[in-house]
Design a protein around this ligand. Structure first.
Ligand code: RAM
Length: 358
């Protein structure tokens, strides 16, 4: 294993956008096959497999969101080569404490590892610490808890830059002028909340586009119906609204659906983070100009390899540890908080939407 200095972070700007092609779908997996042992001088690698399969429980924020199916797909693809089974369980809704029974059940089952996309940064910590005390590897995926509640965290992009990026994206689709609002997920979502905080900081710094005014932040709870209701309410409440920015794949699809049926289509812009498959029709019918995301599957692939490496002792989570993910490349557990950026970010518009399938 080697340590490296904190690497350059991925910044979600158009300049850094690279083409990501991904397929997705699926729910859970269970397979076995061998993988190779780590090399002495090379960065840490996934472990040799063999013997009893590693049992991993992955807990997405909630059921019924294709975004998390894509993360599961990444787990599924990696699991056979790591002698790993992955069970996927999640609550129906993304409430702050709704994942606790699933963590407790995984502790009861004495699984080898829990990977979780948390619905709250703190509420899950007592349960996750109980899991760690029971010898279970705990990692967060696509959103984080306090750093002492897990061994490492996998994040799609540099969260400290994403809030600023979302404001700039709003400026791009509005010409930098007008009132706009965030339509977020749940009010406790660690991922969305870190982006909203970043946006607030950017606006407060006076560096953000001067013609834009953030007038509201509402929460659709990553539920399609509530998200649609909130989007409609924004259109009614703010007659001069120029844009809704939904940094959630559920929220942006719901807002686009509402706008596509509204007389305000063309006057109001919808942007944010969405999956190409859910947003294609709204790009094609002109409701949406541009939105962004990343390949969610990559986080599942990295998570599976990280868990296998930790279990085998070839990866010992530590600040700035560099490790190899077979088929993906090197990643760094950046800083004392041990956050691994999966990357890369990607923007979608009419010119490239048909190149993507997830
Ligand atoms: C939704 C979820 C997820 C978030 C994406 C962008 O699917 O809220 O946590 O990362 O949107």
């Amino acid at each position: 294993m080697r340590r490296v200095r904190r690497s350059a972070v991925l910044v979600a700007t158009a300049a850094s956008m690279a083409v990501v092609l991904a397929a997705c779908g699926g729910t859970s997996t269970s397979d076995e096959a061998p993988a190779e042992a780590p090399a002495e001088e090379a960065p840490a690698e996934a472990p040799a497999a063999g013997g009893e399969a590693l049992r991993v429980t992955y807990i997405p924020k909630n059921l019924g969101n294709p975004y998390f199916d894509a993360i599961v797909k990444g787990f599924q693809e990696a699991a056979p080569g790591l002698n790993m089974t992955v069970e996927v369980v999640a609550p129906a809704q993304a409430g702050a404490t709704d994942q606790i029974p699933f963590i407790d059940a995984a502790i009861q089952q004495q699984v080898d590892a829990i990977a979780i996309s948390p619905n709250d940064a703190d509420a899950l910590c007592p349960s996750l610490k109980r899991a760690a005390d029971a010898g279970i590897i705990v990692i967060t995926v696509n959103g984080d808890t306090a750093a002492d509640c897990r061994q490492a965290s996998i994040t799609p992009v540099d969260f400290s830059q994403l809030g600023k990026y979302l404001v700039d994206l709003t400026a791009q689709v509005t010409g930098g002028k007008g009132e706009w609002a965030f339509l977020s997920a749940t009010s406790t979502a660690p991922d969305q909340n870190s982006w909203l905080a970043g946006a607030d900081e950017y606006i407060a710094s006076g560096q953000s586009p001067a013609g834009l005014t953030l007038v509201d932040t509402v929460y659709g709870d990553d539920a399609p119906d509530k998200s649609a209701t909130e989007a409609q309410a924004l259109l009614t409440k703010y007659p001069n609204l120029a844009a809704i920015n939904a940094p959630t794949t559920v929220g942006i699809a719901a807002a686009a659906q509402v706008l596509s049926q509204s007389p305000k289509k063309g006057q109001v812009q919808v942007t944010g983070l969405g999956t190409p498959n859910q947003m294609r029709e709204f790009i094609k019918d002109g409701t949406v100009q541009k939105f962004a995301l990343w390949d969610p599957a990559l986080q599942g692939t990295i998570a599976a390899n990280l868990i296998a490496g930790i279990k085998a002792g070839t990866i010992a989570p530590a600040a700035d540890l560099e490790f190899e993910v077979p088929g993906v490349g090197q990643r760094v557990m950046a800083g004392a908080d041990r956050v691994i950026i999966a990357g890369p970010p990607q923007e979608f518009d009419a010119s490239n939407i048909d190149n993507f399938d997830f």
